[in-house]
Design a protein around this ligand. Structure first.
Ligand SMILES: [Fe+2]
Ligand SMILES: [Fe+2]
Length: 168
């Protein structure tokens, strides 16, 4: 079975699932940094996010395979792993989500131009998902920046999943 996906949409979907895999690796790196710094709550939160990004990649891969495409997995650059503070981590997570949203939008735009209806519907799910993802990231940045009193960051770390709604 050969691919039934128009070339530009296929290129965009392929780039996007690889980007989701990169996001998974990036969240794994954030989780490791947090664990080393004894922010165990944030480490668990980012481990969960890494799993979700992997599921996002799987969703697009399944779509490609169902339509007869081989879903080419690209070589990946190493994620950033050095951070100066939890605030730095939060800003990085937010930048990752913003980049991901740009990728989703570009993929939807390609599917619109190609009149590729299945990919459009698939990307609608991702557009909604990014609203939630950007929401927890913005909240994380705001709450970490606000945690300036003694023990503020530790308190944030203990309650991070409740505070951010875990971004399902
Ligand atoms: Fe994602
Ligand atoms: Fe995400």
């Amino acid at each position: 079975m050969s691919s039934t996906i128009p070339p530009s949409t296929l290129k965009a979907l392929t780039r996007q699932f690889n980007h989701e895999l990169f996001a998974a690796q990036s969240y794994l790196a954030l989780s490791v940094w947090c664990e080393v710094q004894n922010f165990s709550g944030c480490a668990a939160f980012f481990t969960k996010q890494a799993g979700e990004e992997r599921e996002h990649a799987d969703k697009i891969i399944a779509h490609l395979v169902d339509r007869g495409d081989a879903a080419e997995i690209a070589a990946m650059e190493a994620p950033r792993q050095k951070f100066s503070s939890l605030g730095d981590v939060a800003l990085h997570a937010q930048a990752l989500e913003q980049a991901n949203t740009r990728g989703i939008n570009a993929t939807l735009e390609a599917a619109l131009v190609d009149k590729d209806y299945p990919a459009q519907v698939l990307m609608h799910w991702f557009v909604n998902e990014q609203v939630e993802e950007e929401a927890w990231a913005a909240k994380m940045v705001a709450l970490v920046q606000r945690a300036t009193c003694a023990g503020g960051l530790s308190s944030f770390d203990r309650h991070v999943s409740d505070l951010l709604g875990a971004g399902d």
